[in-house]
Design a protein around this ligand. Structure first.
Ligand code: FMN
Length: 122
């Protein structure tokens, strides 16, 4: 499973391309199986608040984080949501993606998913 948050559609676009099971994060969502988190980046390198809330309850089963950001925000802030989540929960960073990214980004996510979530987390 991939749990995702998307405000302007970039993450949603990518998730729909991956061909992997996914669910949008809404208030109160609980996941009790291994999953990857896919988030955008807000503010100046911030974790979106809906994702922050979600992680309070759900970080235990989260096996990796993917972030989308915009490199125009500068090296310091680019996809820093992923670093913040890694710092808080020690969840490994799988990929940082500029906006909608490239096929090579999608391939890397699918490869990680198949290795780490595999059939456990369909
Ligand atoms: C208000 C605002 C703040 C943002 N801040 C950052 C940022 O600090 N770092 C970054 O890498 N991207 C930042 N972004 C870019 C988004 O994270 C990026 O466009 C992402 O692809 C959006 O994903 P979504 O379309 O799924 O919502 C920001 C975008 C907006 C609108």
């Amino acid at each position: 499973m991939i749990a995702f948050a998307s405000r302007t559609g970039n993450v949603r676009y990518i998730v729909n391309k991956l061909g992997l099971p996914h669910i949008e994060i809404v208030e109160g969502l609980e996941i009790v199986q291994p999953f990857l988190l896919f988030t955008y980046t807000d503010g100046l390198g911030q974790i979106p608040s809906i994702v922050k809330q979600f992680l309070l309850q759900n970080h235990k089963y989260c096996k990796g984080v993917i972030a989308s950001g915009n490199s125009n925000f500068g090296q310091e802030n680019f996809c820093k949501s992923a670093d913040a989540i890694n710092g808080m929960y020690h969840i490994p960073i799988i990929r940082k993606i500029d906006l909608r990214g490239y096929q090579s980004d999608y391939d890397a996510i699918v490869a990680y998913y198949n290795n780490v979530i595999g059939l456990v987390g369909v």
